[in-house]
Design a protein around this ligand. Structure first.
Ligand SMILES: [Mg+2]
Length: 164
């Protein structure tokens, strides 16, 4: 179980996933977590920077797909504003939603990456689905629970290689 919790790669933020690097790793589909990866838990809209990043990926024929555990209207609204497909209520660490998303986009797991801010949901689901797992630094650690969880994740984060 320990090894299935180790992210393949680590980055500071989602913006470190440049089209050039993604293409170098053979990735044409980026599955992404929403909360604390794309926006803080309270964030309702994609930032200008996220819109620019999405356009750069689109120009390189790299698709984005939100896979979120949230069950609120947020994922739907956020995805519509950003212009990307989504699955909410994904039940990560189950790999099912990731596999469904890749199928919907006609991509093999080997062409697919999942980026997220949590080891015990995002990374575990990606490793079980056979897609490349990338851990990002959470955008905001707003309460004690998030901070404790982050500390518990540090040993796993330490094993991840820099995405380059
Ligand atoms: Mg998250």
């Amino acid at each position: 179980m320990f090894s299935s919790l180790i992210p393949k790669f680590r980055v500071k933020s989602i913006f470190d996933l440049s089209p050039e690097l993604l293409m170098k790793h053979g990735i044409s589909l980026v599955l992404t977590d929403l909360d604390n990866t794309l926006a803080p838990y309270s964030g309702q809209e994609p930032s200008d920077k996220l819109i620019k990043w999405k356009n750069e990926l689109s120009a390189a024929s790299i698709d984005i797909f939100i896979v979120s555990n949230t069950r609120t209207e947020r994922a739907k609204k956020f995805s519509a504003l950003w212009g990307v497909p989504y699955i909410d209520g994904a039940k990560k660490p189950s790999p099912d939603a990731l596999i469904r998303a890749a199928r919907r986009m006609n991509r093999a797991p080997g062409e697919t990456l999942l980026i997220g801010d949590q080891i015990f949901t995002d990374v575990w689901s990606a490793n079980r689905a056979g897609v490349l797992s990338v851990i990002v630094e959470p955008l905001k650690l707003t309460n004690v629970f998030y901070i404790l969880r982050y500390i518990a994740e540090l040993p796993f984060r330490a094993f991840a290689k820099k995405f380059e």
